[in-house]
Design a binder for this molecule. Structure first.
Ligand code: AMP
Ligand code: MG
Length: 426
């Protein structure tokens, strides 16, 4: 990837130079950013969606003791010889109230799910497998059970000392429960990353304003707000900035004093970018990139350093779908790394295409898709209507993004293609 760094060099990007592949651009950006957020301690409920700063080790075994997985009767596995087994019930073990006695040969203890296994017992027969239950005796066929059945062993979920949740994990509901299960009330997390963003364009009006002649409403600030917030960062709205380098510079100066990262949407294409290039090159090590993708293509990225304040800058194309796609594929992983998080490729699914899709090798295409069931109940994916890079509706109607890789050619009906769902269980 071409990385222009300083001053006039940034202006020397040759027109029409070879575009960088998406994977290469993504790797270069990801490689350039560094974790910036210091840490803080929060209660585990408040840690939902936060990035864990240090590995958390289990202080206790989970479960802490051998216990029953079923309601039934605890017994010694050695009782399970061929034929009928008849055992005397000598007591009861409840969850939270262990049976203190000894269980001898020919004996058993009534036991509830989660109750500590009585000493000497290693097996539980669930109620439904017992042939005969009398007041003080049970009978069943030995063949229905094997020794050791229905016992959960101490430490079988997690051993004391093992890593329960690794550093860099963005905590999900299961993690909160897991932390609680090892008795941990609070954790060290990275401070929420502050991400300033603004739209640029003389043609932009804010919703609520009367639309001036020849103007359009600004949508990018709102999709950016949504994407930044959903990614777990703090969004700082810097408003709409006119296409004027001094005003953009002023906005960047302000953003740099309070934010870890700044996202600008608009004004990155060749015509617009000339002033912006000069100005950004003055403010830091910012390079312009042409990425071989659709929608998307023009992008700026680099480190700003203004009056001793540092922030990473991401300049996105102004077309609303292009801005979103560029955010998801370049900015989101970089912000995650800056926030101290583990960056993993998003989970993909492969689904047969319901239609022919035109595509030429040599660039990555991100189409907006709807995965739905066909008449037999199988999942298929179709593209939403107009795929123009300005058509936000295509994004709103979609439930996934179809990724057609750099080298891929046209897609035939029924061919399996890669989709990234917008929503999952989190
Ligand atoms: P630009 O990247 O600034 O050249 O803008 C490309 C296209 O996207 C133009 O049609 C702009 O009017 C449109 N656009 C730029 N910014 C926004 C925005 N914030 N909201 C809606 N459309 C925008
Ligand atoms: Mg513009």
């Amino acid at each position: 990837m071409e990385t222009v760094t300083q001053g006039a060099q940034a202006n020397a990007v040759p027109q029409g130079e070879q575009a960088t592949a998406v994977s290469e651009a993504r790797a270069a950006i990801l490689n350039a950013v560094v974790p910036v957020a210091p840490t803080e301690i929060v209660q585990i409920k408040a840690a939902l969606g936060r990035v864990l700063a240090d590995d958390v080790h289990a202080r206790v075994n989970v479960p802490p003791h051998d216990n029953s997985a079923m309601d039934g009767f605890a017994l010694r596995g050695s009782e399970l010889k061929a034929g009928k087994v008849s055992l005397r019930i000598t007591g009861v073990a409840l969850a939270g109230k262990a049976y203190a006695g000894v269980v001898g040969a020919g004996e058993c203890v009534r036991i509830m799910t989660g109750a500590v296994m009585p000493a000497d017992c290693d097996t539980v027969i669930p109620h439904e497998l017992v042939g005969n239950i009398a007041e003080d005796r049970i009978e069943f066929d030995a063949i229905v059970l094997r020794a050791g059945a229905n016992r959960r062993c101490a430490g079988e979920d997690l051993k004391a000392g093992a890593v329960a949740v690794p550093a860099g994990k963005r905590l999900m509901p299961a993690d909160l429960g897991l932390l609680a299960s090892i008795g941990i009330p609070e954790v060290v997390v990275s401070r929420v990353l502050r991400v300033a963003y603004f739209s640029t364009g003389d043609e932009l009006c804010a919703p609520g304003e009367t639309l001036r002649p020849g103007c359009i409403y600004d949508s990018n600030r709102f999709t950016l707000h949504g994407m930044i917030s959903r990614a777990g960062h703090e969004p700082l709205d810097m408003g709409v900035i006119p296409d004027h380098p001094d005003q953009i510079e002023h906005a960047l100066r302000t953003a740099c004093t309070s934010a870890d990262a700044v996202v600008i949407a608009g004004g990155m294409s060749e015509g617009d970018a000339d002033h912006t290039r000069h100005m950004l090159a003055r403010l830091g090590k910012v390079a312009f990139h042409k990425v071989a993708m659709r929608p998307g293509r023009p992008m700026a990225f680099g480190a700003l350093e203004i009056d001793g304040n540092r922030a990473f800058l991401f300049g996105l194309p102004g077309n609303p779908v292009a801005a979103m796609v560029s955010f998801y594929f370049f900015v989101a992983p970089a912000l995650e790394k800056m926030a101290g998080g583990q960056v993993r490729p998003p989970p993909v699914a492969w689904v047969p295409s319901a239609q022919y899709i035109k595509k030429r090798p040599g660039r990555t295409e991100f189409q907006r898709g709807v995965v739905e069931s066909d008449e037999l109940g199988w999942q298929i994916v179709r593209i939403t209507g107009n795929q123009g890079s300005g058509v936000l509706r295509s994004m709103s109607e979609a439930n996934c993004i179809i990724v057609l890789d750099h080298d891929q050619a046209e897609v035939k009906v029924g061919e399996w293609i890669k989709v990234l769902y917008f929503q999952g269980l989190v």
